[in-house]
Design a protein around this ligand. Sequence first.
Ligand code: EPU
Length: 419
Amino acid sequence: MDKIRIQGGRPLSGTIKVSGSKNSALPILAATLLTHEPCTIHRVPDLSDTHYMLQILVHLGAQVERASGVVTVAAEKIASVAPYDVVRRMRASVCVLGPLLGRCKEATVSLPGGCVIGDRPIDLHLRGFEALGAAVRVEGGNIKVFAPKLRGAIINLAGKFGPTVLGTDNVMMAAVLAEGTTVIENAAQEPEVVDLATFLNKMGAKIEGAGTRRLIIEGVPELHGAAHEIIPDRIETGTFLVAGAICGKGITVARAEPEHVQSVTAALATCGFRINPERDSISVYPNGVPKPVELGTAPYPGFPTDMQAQMCALLATTEGTSMITENIFPQRYMHVAELKRMGARMQLDGATAVIDGVDRLLGAPVMASDLRASAALVLAGLKADGVTEVSRVYHIDRGYENLDEKLRELGAQIERVKE
Ligand code: EPU
């Protein structure tokens, strides 16, 4: 097992390029199951999560080729059963349910468990499939969905914590091959949902309204092969912007989509950093003494839950009292105890972290618990005095392509070592 060792306190400067979006790539790769023709997907990030997804596709019978970010999937004949062994490593495996139901009119996929960021139910996905006419059963740890015929329906996907991203993806992928029109109310508006809809439309689907709260899907009898380039990863973009803010002289994040990270750049601007968005890049510069902020996570275009931990790392050394409320996954605070081990002063009050900025953090051995929490620990390590060692690096490898290499390009003293 690898760990990441960081000698903190080095100023960052220069330019890095962001990779394709993990959370776009996963459902888009799953969507290739909807046609027997080959699909080519460009800018697929090289991550353990995308590898797992390709393993699932291969298990289901697809032929997969991968060469430097370009993946070709030919799912000429497929099976509709994805057992526990194949799907257990990644919760997002659940997004093969929609395409399998759409194409095969049945699917059996092992039920994802909870994870460290919370309970993570899939009731809304299942509610959507049922509305399309599918029967849903849970048997032996598996979800079975089947329908002799899928029929368009009006489906409201609002949940207790707002819309669901993968739920919207899943129901949309089943509905593209249903008979008649489906309307999804309270659909997720995330750019990754828009990217999936764009790809499905290239395959011959008829989806309108992507990026709004209402999706209208006119079912078609079949889809065909298509080529597509994945959008830039907005969470990787945001993570590097925070890295630049935390210890930068001025850094530029290139090949990015500034519009997708507006809530993050707005938060950094409120803290007092100077932000310079260009057509496909964003720069962040120090600009006097950073100020504390109050913010809450929300569905897009609100501040992303996937950036909450990284923001905690930044605010840990921002003078004054900041508050962050986690409104999507109220228990997503595994990083707090680890940041405290580095000297941060933060307390949890329900789903709100109250952060009293300290002058400095001190390097320490810390343990990654989930993907974004690990990113936060790396960011804190860049700022801290002395050496920070982040163990369980496999969490980082799930969602950041060459994080250590990219940070080295910016001047960080960071290396990957064997435990
Ligand atoms: N929810 C339900 N029922 C459902 C589905 C979701 O109650 O059937 C709740 C969840 O428990 C949560 C809220 O609805 O409180 C939103 O969850 P959502 O379904 O949108 O999450 P997801 O689709 O499973 C994706 C990302 C997550 C990201 C969330 C929120 C992928 C592969 N994952 O998960 O990304 O945090 O949306 O934006 O797209 C990450 O990349 O680190 C990550 C965790």
